[in-house]
Design a protein around this ligand. Sequence first.
Ligand code: FAD
Length: 477
Amino acid sequence: MNEGTQCDVVIVGGGMAGMIAANRAAQLDLRPLVLEQGADAKYPCNSRYTGGTFHICLREITLDEATLRQKILDSTAGFVKPELADVVAREGRRVIRWLQDEGMKFMRASASEYHKWVLAPPGRSRPGLDWEGRCGDVLLNTLERRLGERGGDLARGARARSLIMDGTRCVGVIAERNGKETSFHARAVFIADGGFQGDAALVGRYISRHPERLKQRGAGTGRGDGMKMASAVGAALVGMDRFYGHTLSSDALTNDNLWPYPYLDSLVTAGIVVDGAGRRFVDEGRGGVYVANAVARLDDPLSARVVFDAAIWEKAGRNGLIPPNPHLEREGATFHRAASLDALAAATRLPAEALRRTIAEYNDAVAAKRLQDGLTPPRQTARFEACPVATAPFFAVPMCAGITYTMGGISVNANAQVLRADGGSIEGLYALGAATGGLEGGPEVGYVGGLAKGGVTALVAAEHLAETIQRLRPKRG
Ligand SMILES: Cc1cc2nc3c(=O)[nH]c(=O)nc-3n(C[C@H](O)[C@H](O)[C@H](O)COP(=O)(O)OP(=O)(O)OC[C@H]3O[C@@H](n4cnc5c(N)ncnc54)[C@H](O)[C@@H]3O)c2cc1C
């Protein structure tokens, strides 16, 4: 990489979205340069740590377009822009084919529909991080090799800090490298920096009063540089208050065998979640991602506990590839088990009377099947069965919210072009993957899928830029 290099597109971030976009651009005869802040050969990022399941709203990514589109619209409760739902539903399958052509292998990880398209080799079914030589690591290594073969560049240790504008057109990036500022000029810039979950001040502003009491359930490398750069040149930001993540044992803050797996979602959606006063505060039936967001918003995000009974522990507790039962106990998570609710309250330091009342009200509502109108907050049962908390021994596990990536970010259209508040696009500026907002989140904290989002935005951005350049190229007479 030469300083002041002129190329067709500068890409901020060497995660999956940035690297797919760079390769697709190179396939289309553009010259890409990827700036990656990480200096190591195996720089950390969420794409390297990923579980590798390509899905759309937990449905199979190659299902028919209409079904997937409807699923996206439903799970985001009208929050998503229809044009973004359209493009992800349409192009998700092409990401799989494109990656296969690049040499990536997929496998089925379980009988569940969700697990049909998983990058191979997958992570092993064990607690803690397990990425080296596995799905996301192989993906990035493959894409880096292919980029080199195509004549594209990946510059490590270069942190982009601001955009270069020519009037209203984005024409490059200023980055810090080796303590020096360098300008990189291009016809366009793709922002693919992975979101803002790694920046405590931004998480504090948008998501939780106590960012330090959330667990980074990923690399934590997305620090919001992209959204800051983009909003400084007029980009709109959208859906900033939601994140994709899971509920974890609060010991995950200090015990690396308790994140990113096992997570507590199967217990949370079968049992109940209470705050420090022993009261329910969230609809557990809306799923683990929704509950993790509610936990993060508590005055004290470390005050939540999931409470359940022996029947839930033996059944729902064993669900998933890396289930809480037996891994929580085995990995040393704080884990209270007691013969009575009073003893459980004492062990987990909750007011006994309040806990007893909460559980009695909840069990009555389950028995009367009045979880919607007879319970506050109500509880959905469409996705997860509500079970009584009735069979001793009783259990309580102190929880925390694990934040994987922020769902909100830079507003884009279906070509991944960055939008201003008035809906117009900023010429020469695109945003990809977890840097974008508008596809996920909303009142139901709709989770569409980080890999599908990254892959689709990467392909469409590269293709739109190539088409635009082609259109503008003077015709030979
Ligand atoms: C444990 C785990 C499991 C997951 N499992 C799944 C799954 O099974 N299915 C699914 O769909 N999703 C999953 N995800 C989410 C998915 O992996 C991510 O959403 C996706 O990989 C994000 O890709 P990205 O390229 O947008 O961001 P990232 O992979 O985060 O890449 C962004 C890159 O930008 C770099 N960067 C940041 N700021 C700058 C800057 N200023 N200048 C230069 N570089 C910068 C970062 O260092 C990073 O390398 C999982 C994530 C984790 C952590």
